[in-house]
Structures are given as structure tokens and as C-alpha cells.
Design a protein around this ligand. Structure first.
Ligand SMILES: *Cc1c(COP(=O)(O)O)cnc(C)c1O
Length: 397
């Protein structure tokens, strides 16, 4: 292997989970314990998650953390518990993954997509305000790439118009907004993802966080078939162990103890993973500063940004299209991706709401220029150097 010849280097994947011996030992312990689905480890993970949200002194009083088997499930449960249904509208960003919006359609409500702020790639508060109608019930901001959306403005709009706020925090662990940890703000619910490529992982998994006791109760019941007790409570509480009541046609959204075992240890490493990714992002931003690109937006000083994604935008002076640039990086053995093809371009969303690219100029423009570079804690210095050299080698200065 000649380190000077990129063609002899192994392929550098776009993303890789970081699973340690501690994670593995906890999973093995769970497998040996006899309790593999939702039970003591899921409960511990929920308690640990609440403690973790408060680890820098944020107020977690009254916070409920509800482990689910995906963020999609958590978003669905939150909106269901808020009573979102047919005739209602939920406003979200076009610059996201379809999971953010599809849950609104599960409930028969309508999605109103709005454009982003080109500086942050996050939903633009002015666009939210302009999209409000008498049918609007909720705002669903996404903390894109892990950078906090403008939560003070969004919460202010929600308060003035009597709207609910559910944060899609799939990328935002750990993230702060005005110094406060995402998950502890004044929104109605916040949902985190532990999908394989997210900032921490349980393979598949998510956490619904809320201060609203009624929302928490409904989500806890709907997470497991609409049963009034979950499996753990049923077998340890003093009510007869066989007794349960079905109060609604619920879902199968519970997190297994096998997955929660991973989460318990991943969570302990969340800050370290984020610091590692932030160091990579800082190196990228410094190394690309003199190139015809827009480097990834950084958080304001003092705020936490976990760098789930590092999004690079190619300026016209780059003299290379985004698609060709990605092809060349792959040819150099570097995996990259695009997050995301905006929803207004996806056939389902485009056709259902007759969406046109010109109605989302900031998202459309960013989409045409952008790609996501590898940024994960298993990358070593040499991997980062290699990405930097490849990007610099493909662009004029
Ligand atoms: C990954 C992701 C989701 C869905 O997360 P799952 O845990 O896979 O359901 C939702 N929203 C955004 C922005 C995501 O990136």
C-alpha cells in the first residue's frame, strides 16, 4: 500500500458507527439476562437520558424520556398525542429527510413545506410565519446537521399563534440553543434518533422527550399497542401481572433492551464523539477556507454542535458540478452523500402539494451545490488528511 497513491488506499466509507467493547459487553449481558425486549435496560436508558440532558445544569424537572424504536416512531407518537389529524396543517422544512414529514401524513394531516435560511440551512422563521393559516396546528423544526434551528424565533411564533412545536432532533445530540440543551427547551416534544449513522446509535432507536404529562402518558400507551401498562410494569407492579387494558389501537414502537443496552454506553460517549467530529469539522473549515466553496455553517461561539453532517457547497467558480465532484471523490476512494434531496423534489411531496423548485430557492440552490463529507469519530488523522487532500486536489484556489 503506497500512501501517496490514493488508488491503493482502502475505501473510506461515508459513515461508520463506533461500537466499543463496553457496548458489546452490555448487549451480551442483556442476551444472557433472559430479558431481551423492553424491560430494565430500556428503563435505565430513559433515566440515563434524562440525567444526561441535565449534565450541564439544564432544568430537566418534569421531563419525560420515552424510548422508542425509531425517531420516526417518536415523531408520530408526539403528533398523535397532540391530537394532530385530518384538516390540520403542520409546517416543516423542505430541507430534510422524508421521515420528518411522513408522520404528519400517517395522521391524515397535511404538510406545509417551507424554505430555509441559506446561511444555516435551517428552517427560516419568516417563512414559517408566512405559511401559517387557520388550519396550522404545529411547527416541526429540524436541527439540520446538528446546528440548532432558530428556536427563540420559532417558539415566539408558536406562542403568538397558539401552535405546538415538535423538534426533530435526529441530528442534535448534543446541541444547544442560547446555551440550553436541545431536549430541555419550551417546545411540546423533542425527538432524537439512534439510527446506525446518527450521533450515537442503538442500531435502530429513538427517544421522545416532553414536559407535557398528558403527552407522555398517551405516547407511553400508544408506543405499545394502546395497552395501559408496558411489559416491564405489568410484571413488577402489584396489579395482577396478567392484567392490561386496551384503550386505543396503538403501535409497536417500543425499544428493545438489546438496543437500549447499546444506548446506555453510547450515551456516555456522546460528548466525546461530538468533540471528535467537531475537531474534524474545524479542520475541514480551515483547510477549505481559500477554496471556491461555502464551508459548513458553524454554531455561534459557546454553543454545542455535534456535527452529524459536514455539508460543503461548491460555488460556480469551482468549475465542477456537484455530481461530478462526488463521482471524483468516489474514484479517489472517498464515500460521500447528499443530505437531502429536498422534499419539494420528491415525487410524492411534489405531486401531492404541486410544489415547484422556484418556491424554495434557498433549499433548491443549496441542494444543487451541496454534498456531505465523511465526519465520524472512527476517522483518524490520516483519513481526515486524505479527504482534505482530495477536496483541495479537485478544486482551483
Ligand atoms: C434519521 C432521521 C430521522 C428518522 O430517524 P429514524 O430513527 O431512522 O426513524 C428523522 N429526521 C431526520 C432529519 C433524520 O435525519
Amino acid at each position: 500500500m503506497n500512501p501517496n497513491d490514493p488508488s491503493t488506499l482502502p475505501f473510506l466509507p461515508f459513515a461508520l458507527p463506533e461500537i466499543g467493547e463496553d457496548d458489546i459487553a452490555e448487549v451480551v449481558d442483556t442476551l444472557r439476562s433472559g430479558w431481551i425486549t423492553t424491560g430494565p435496560k430500556a428503563k435505565r436508558f430513559e433515566a440515563d437520558f434524562k440525567a444526561w440532558l441535565g449534565d450541564a445544569g439544564d432544568d430537566t424537572e418534569g421531563l419525560h424520556c420515552i424510548a422508542v424504536n425509531s425517531a420516526t416512531a417518536g415523531l408520530h407518537l408526539a403528533l398523535e398525542a397532540l391530537g394532530i389529524g385530518p384538516g390540520d396543517e403542520v409546517i416543516t422544512t423542505t430541507h430534510t429527510f422524508t421521515a420528518t414529514a411522513e408522520v404528519v401524513r400517517y395522521l391524515g394531516a397535511d404538510v406545509v413545506l417551507v424554505d430555509i435560511d441559506p446561511a444555516t440551512l435551517n428552517i427560516a422563521p419568516a417563512q414559517i410565519e408566512a405559511a401559517i393559516t387557520p388550519r396550522t396546528r404545529a411547527i416541526l423544526p429540524v436541527h439540520y446537521a446538528g446546528l440548532a434551528a432558530d428556536m427563540p424565533a420559532i417558539l415566539d411564533i408558536a406562542q403568538r399563534h397558539g401552535l405546538k412545536v415538535v423538534e426533530d432532533a435526529a441530528h442534535a445530540l448534543p446541541t444547544t440553543s442560547s446555551g440550553r440543551r436541545i431536549g430541555t427547551l419550551a417546545s411540546d416534544a423533542t425527538v432524537f434518533s439512534f439510527y446506525a449513522n446518527k450521533t450515537i446509535t442503538t442500531g435502530e432507536g429513538g427517544m421522545l422527550v416532553t414536559r407535557d404529562p398528558a403527552l407522555a402518558k398517551r405516547a407511553q400507551i400508544m408506543r405499545l399497542h394502546g395497552m395501559s401498562r408496558d411489559a416491564f410494569d405489568r410484571f413488577t407492579a402489584t396489579v395482577p401481572s396478567w392484567y392490561y387494558e386496551i384503550v386505543a389501537p396503538g403501535y409497536k414502537y417500543n425499544l428493545t433492551d438489546i438496543a437500549a443496552a447499546l444506548g446506555i454506553h453510547q450515551l456516555k460517549k456522546a460528548h466525546a464523539f461530538a468533540q471528535h467530529r467537531a475537531a474534524i469539522a474545524a479542520r475541514y473549515n480551515a483547510a477549505f477556507a481559500d477554496l471556491p466553496v461555502i464551508t459548513a455553517p458553524e454554531a455561534p461561539a459557546g454553543e454545542l454542535h455535534p456535527w452529524h453532517l459536514y455539508v460543503l457547497r461548491l460555488l460556480p467558480e469551482a468549475g465542477i458540478t456537484r455530481d461530478t465532484f462526488i463521482e471524483r471523490l468516489f474514484a479517489l476512494g472517498i464515500g460521500c452523500s447528499v443530505h437531502y434531496i429536498p422534499l419539494h423534489l420528491q415525487p410524492y411531496w411534489r405531486d401531492r402539494y404541486q410544489l415547484r423548485a422556484q418556491d424554495f430557492p434557498a433549499s433548491q440552490h443549496a441542494f444543487e451545490q451541496m454534498l456531505s463529507l465523511p465526519v465520524y469519530s472512527r476517522m483518524g488523522q490520516a483519513d481526515v488528511d486524505r479527504v482534505i487532500a482530495a477536496v483541495r486536489g479537485l478544486l482551483p484556489r
